[in-house]
Design a protein around this ligand. Structure first.
Ligand code: BGC
Length: 737
């Protein structure tokens, strides 16, 4: 601490000298510190290391001795240490035993919660509820900070349309604008209003950029797309999170226009800093700097480090190339010391914003971690999040239960707690989760359970026992899907069918003739056309977090009227992939199934339409739309246009509808999507009640990327659709002059 005080004195003296007081004097303090640092120490701030025993999330756990480097002032950040005492120990070394006492910043993947786990992010996005998403992030931040962490690697803003890619579970779906809204909410939740508070942490916008477009859905694979496509479909989500104030960004593993992101100056400097105005720091993904050698654009680690530093990458995650080769690169004039100064300054400024220079030990403590997680309000948020995430996609009148049914629960996800946690839940305690079975037994009393099969294998006698139980029941809940570790990183799949052993179980139970409610536990869309057809109801439960069972009971009992709406398309068959609602029109659009003739953009063997589309989701009531109007249908460029639509609850119970607004630009200088989501509002209505919802379409919402790569609006006619999902039929037009 003495060193920190000494540092403050130097900062004050420098402040008086140069008279700079921007951000409470943060820049000045950092300048004073920089002036005292050796080149090696500056490079040290640019190095993040994973200690042995940490949560290793890549193929190589690092080559350097973490403790030794911290002591030498050659490490700026630690990744994924799971032992709280060690974390504290490292910070003590950094603060008390190094020449300048610069605190470390600790980062970990708190992706959808820490101890209190929430549904995976894709699931959470199906709530279409930014306020709720923000609250979940705030809980994650509070718990992460209670452990001692300052930084989470979230939100993942990658827009993805390929369910073969396991990481679709970590994003907010296929729509760039919605993904941006929800990612921004996460940033607000993590960082709060005051980043230096011991209950808020630094957010990290990842994976910059376009990582979600890996070819063939294979993780780490090449990304190749036009800049126009990138600017229209991918950039808006990252931009929204950066605009929300995120102070760190992670460069992605993939190449982008032929250059791996971590060495891509256009991405990390021209676009991120100069165009988007980002002023935090950029960390590479795990070993992504030296992976430039495997990509074949760097001859060796030194070459890779030079390329990354010159591209504008501030921090090297894990591999150690910056501390190993940085000094030599400067000596040889490949990287200038001015560049290192700038990169180091950006890291130190964020440490300053986090309050680390004021009190490096304020974040976590044993006591906080033991007693200040699982707050009752956090558990309540987890329950709200879980039930708002689940999406009801079919219901032939079996739901909600009346309470008199004899209920059977069958399938590997039924009693499992590990199915609740989802991918990236390293700090979760699965045993604390409420399984489906527990939640249902608590609510309905005698729910009987039979596993029937394991995730991927038949179990002896399982099918016979499941059939017997089904015959003794009035309704069968079949809890099927993919386990948590079949989503997330390095979890690409070439088949997204329900695993064969589970399908055999389904067939056998369906053969009893009992009505089936299919509960699908998954982190990605799956091909379930046949199972849907043969089920009386379908509820996508996802991997729903610590309150999964209670949330399910809330929905099945009717205590909670489902509100979830899909944010990603469920294909009818894998051959349709990639399939998404906001595709472009083409020169030969599909005229529909009735049209004969061959030369249209359509399949010969399956429909173009997916099984379930973006925005889709049922509740226990129905809604009708009418009276769409645009009070002033002719506006000038730069003006807003208002759209009103009336929505009525036409059913017999109260419910919440997510009113969705889509836009189609009829003639533009570049081809536009058939529809794009440009607004949504959740309205709760009693039976028979109506409400008129008003949307504002700003010039920004009408803007798109033109052929010269500039973004802006154009005059012309637009069609607006309002309704329940992306197929909304009610429409009207307006003109921009
Ligand atoms: C993942 C990142 C993650 C990082 C740190 C990488 O393998 O791609 O999303 O934040 O590991 O664990």
């Amino acid at each position: 601490m003495k060193k920190i005080q000494g540092l403050a004195a130097v900062a004050l003296a420098t402040a008086l000298l140069v008279g700079c007081t921007i951000q409470g004097g943060h820049e000045t303090k950092v300048e004073a510190l920089l002036a005292r640092m050796t080149l090696a120490e500056k490079l040290g701030q640019l190095q993040q290391l994973v200690p042995s025993g940490g949560n290793i999330t890549g193929p190589d756990g690092g080559v350097l001795d973490t403790e030794e480097l911290i002591r030498a002032g050659l490490c700026g950040s630690i990744l994924s240490e799971q032992d709280q005492e060690k974390l504290l120990h490292y910070q003590k070394i950094a603060v008390d035993s190094t020449r300048l006492g610069i605190p470390l910043i600790f980062g970990y993947d708190f992706i959808h919660g820490a101890r209190t786990t929430f549904p995976e992010n894709l699931a959470l996005s199906c709530s279409w509820n930014p306020e709720l998403v923000e609250r979940t992030a705030a809980v994650a931040a509070q718990e992460a900070a209670a452990f001692g962490y300052h930084w989470t690697f979230s939100p993942m803003c990658d827009v993805a349309i390929d369910p073969r890619w396991g990481r679709v579970s970590e994003g907010s779906g296929e729509d760039p604008w919605l993904s941006g809204q929800l990612s921004a909410a996460m940033v607000r939740g993590y960082q709060g209003k005051d980043l230096s508070s011991p209950e808020t942490i630094l957010a990290c916008v990842k994976h910059f950029a376009a990582y979600g477009a890996a070819e063939a859905g294979r993780d780490y694979n090449t990304v190749d797309m036009s800049e126009l496509m990138f600017r229209d479909r991918h950039l808006p989500s990252y931009k929204a999170a950066i605009d929300a104030g995120a102070l760190s960004v992670m460069s992605s593993f993939n190449d982008f226009m032929g250059v791996p992101a971590s060495g891509n100056k256009w991405l990390l400097t021209d676009l991120l800093r100069d165009e988007l105005g980002f002023n935090g720091f950029v960390v590479s993904d795990y070993n992504a700097v030296t992976e430039m050698c495997a990509h074949g654009v760097a001859a060796d680690w030194k070459d890779a480090a030079g390329k990354a530093l010159n591209a504008g990458l501030n921090m090297d995650m894990v591999d150690g190339a910056f501390v190993i080769h940085g000094e030599q690169l400067v000596k040889e004039g490949i990287v200038s010391e001015k560049t290192i100064d700038r990169l180091c300054r950006e890291v130190l400024l964020v440490k300053q914003e986090l309050g680390l220079f004021d009190d490096p030990f304020q974040y976590g403590s044993k006591d906080k971690w033991e007693n200040d997680v699982y707050r009752p309000e956090s558990i309540q948020t987890a329950r709200e999040a879980a039930r708002e995430s689940m999406v009801l996609l079919k219901n032939e009148g079996v739901l909600p239960f009346k309470g008199t049914e004899r209920i059977a629960l069958i399938g590997p996800a039924g009693a499992s707690k590990s199915y609740t946690t989802g991918a990236w839940s390293g700090m979760a305690e699965p045993e604390k989760a409420v399984s489906f079975l527990e939640g249902l037994q608590e609510r309905f009393g005698s729910v009987r359970y039979e596993q029937g099969s394991s995730d991927f294998e038949a179990i002896e006698g399982g099918i016979q026992r499941a059939q017997k139980l089904a015959r003794q029941s009035d309704v069968v809940l079949m809890a099927l899907g993919l386990p948590s570790d079949y989503g997330g990183e390095a979890a690409s799949l070439a088949s997204i069918d329900i695993p064969e052993a589970q399908r055999e179980l389904f067939d056998a139970v369906a053969a009893t003739g009992k009505p089936i409610v299919l509960l699908l536990s998954t982190g990605r869309p799956m091909t379930i056309a046949e199972e849907t057809e043969r089920s009386a109801a379908l509820l996508v439960t996802w991997h729903a977090g610590i309150q999964a069972g209670n949330a399910l009971a809330d929905i099945l009992s009717g205590d909670f009227n489902p509100t979830g709406r899909l944010t990603i398309t469920f294909p009818y068959s894998l051959g349709q992939v990639p399939i998404h609602y906001n595709h472009k029109v083409t020169g030969r659009p599909n005229p529909g199934p009735q049209a004969t003739g061959r030369y249209f953009s359509r399949y010969m063997d399956v429909p173009n339409e997916p099984l379930f589309t973006f925005g889709e989701g049922l509740s226990y009531t129905t809604f009708a739309y009418s009276e769409i109007e645009i009070p002033e249908p002719e506006i000038r460029m730069g003006e807003d246009v208002k759209v009103r639509v009336k929505v009525t609850n036409t059913g017999s119970v109260a419910g919440t509808e997510t009113v969705q607004l889509y836009l189609h630009d009829l003639v533009a200088s570049t081809t536009r999507p058939v529809r794009e989501l440009k607004g949504f509002e959740r309205v709760t209505l009693s039976p028979g009640e109506s409400r008129t919802v008003e949307f504002t379409i700003t010039p920004e919402l009408r803007s798109f990327c033109r052929a010269d790569m500039s973004t802006g609006e154009e005059p012309g006619d637009f069609e607006v659709f309002a309704g329940h999902d992306s197929r909304a039929a009610l429409s009207t037009r307006f003109t921009v002059r």
